[in-house]
Design a protein around this ligand. Structure first.
Ligand SMILES: C[S@@+](CC[C@H](N)C(=O)[O-])C[C@H]1O[C@@H](n2cnc3c(N)ncnc32)[C@H](O)[C@@H]1O
Length: 266
């Protein structure tokens, strides 16, 4: 199924500065990256063990599908994975390469799309796709490709946005439509492209990936008044990186807005 278009060119327009705390894309960094990664590390510990090397002592290989500025690629590289990142945005790929080099991390970045991954069959122990599935034009093709490049028994880690009334309010109205609160003035998301957990389970199962768990992903900050921080961001008194840290994203019970989880290739 080919889905409707959204403004994916934003990753070229502002992708040069993913790592700059004043870039709205940095919302994915402050606490989102550590929050998602803490959950993935827990799953890796349970499913793979703590030693990320293969039987011949070479590092395990991870594929980052839609690697953006490299926030998660760097996390995986730091714990010993050999990481390949794939993203269609040349500007983002360039920014990710520069940041990895400045951080003395060896990560290979390639330009490409999830629908046609530029890597051979059965080459990765782990593949992950975070905040990307809701951006792709052909979800079925992306999952089919993910299954193709994973080794049998390989681990698929993901997070994405659920299609609910809550996500319509938060991701569409608050984050991109309402003038006082919006972070993006362009349609980076389209509600109909969000994916329910049941839909994701169906498509992954169809391609030989068995979902093991789905949990909620969201802000853990206690005070809902922190939402007012969004307004203050407009007045530029708070960086997006700092806003992200204050919202303290991570594993929560509710899957009403975003969720994350894992699947295993049969
Ligand atoms: C919201 S960003 C997420 C970046 C990164 N995964 C993270 O969580 O920090 C979405 C990314 O998906 C990429 N993207 C868009 N369409 C894609 C596709 N068809 N295949 C792979 N990546 C895609 C964009 O270029 C962008 O870098």
């Amino acid at each position: 199924m080919v889905r409707v278009a959204i403004d994916n060119d934003i990753y070229n327009r502002v992708g040069e500065t993913w790592w700059d705390e004043d870039n709205p894309l940095n919302l994915l960094h402050g606490s989102m990256t550590p929050g998602r990664f803490a959950y993935f590390q827990k799953i890796l510990g349970e499913r793979v063990g703590r030693d990320f090397t293969g039987p011949d002592f070479t590092p395990l290989r991870a594929l980052d599908i839609g690697s953006g500025g490299g926030f998660l690629a760097e996390q995986f590289a730091r714990i010993g994975f050999q990481v390949v990142g794939v993203d269609p945005s040349p500007v983002s790929v360039d920014a990710a390469r520069r940041h990895a080099a400045a951080s003395a991390l060896e990560i290979e970045y390639r330009i490409g799309v999830g629908e046609r991954l530029p890597v051979p069959d059965a080459t990765f122990d782990v593949a992950y796709c975070c905040d990307v599935l809701e951006h792709v034009s052909d979800l079925d093709a992306v999952i089919a490709e993910t299954a193709r490049v994973l080794e049998p028994g390989g681990l698929y880690l993901f997070d994405t946005i659920n299609r609910t009334r809550t996500s319509k309010l938060i991701a569409i109205k608050i984050l991109q439509e309402w003038r006082l609160t919006r972070v993006f003035d362009t349609p980076i998301h389209e509600w109909s492209m969000f994916i329910t957990p049941a839909e994701l389970v169906r498509v992954t199962e169809r391609h030989g990936l068995s979902v093991g768990e789905i949990v909620g992903l969201g802000p853990r900050a206690k005070n809902p008044l922190r939402l007012l921080d969004f307004v203050r961001v407009g007045g530029s008194s708070l960086s997006y990186g700092e806003l992200s840290r204050r919202l303290d994203f991570g594993q929560i019970r509710s899957t009403a807005n975003s969720y994350m989880g894992y699947a295993v290739k049969r």
